[in-house]
Write a protein of this length. Structure first.
Length: 97
């Protein structure tokens, strides 16, 4: 499983209904599980992003399907990053000639 970090911003619709965001997060977690994704943590944040989600997914296609499906509901926009652990980074760096 690969690790992904999703940076989340509320849309105007999402902000109008911000009190429902914990329930929407639960629904998004359940939708992720159906795609084989394990949501490890969700944090509501201050600053440039309104929330951050950390998840393990079987592949890029699964996390992309989740992000597109979640975004299509109109409450959030996501920017998803592939994250590498120190061990994964060491394996990558070992391949550099």
């Amino acid at each position: 499983m690969a690790t992904y970090i999703s940076l989340i911003n509320f849309t105007d619709q999402g902000l109008r209904n911000v009190k429902q965001s914990p329930g929407r997060a639960k629904a998004a977690t359940q939708a992720a599980e159906k795609l084989g994704i394990k949501v490890k943590d969700i944090y509501w944040t201050l600053g440039q992003y309104d929330a951050v989600l950390i998840a393990d997914a079987p592949n890029d296609e699964a996390i992309t399907a989740w992000a597109l499906g979640t975004g299509s509901l109109g409450n959030v926009r996501t920017q998803t990053l592939r994250a590498f652990s120190a061990e994964e980074t060491n394996r990558i760096l070992a391949k550099i000639p």
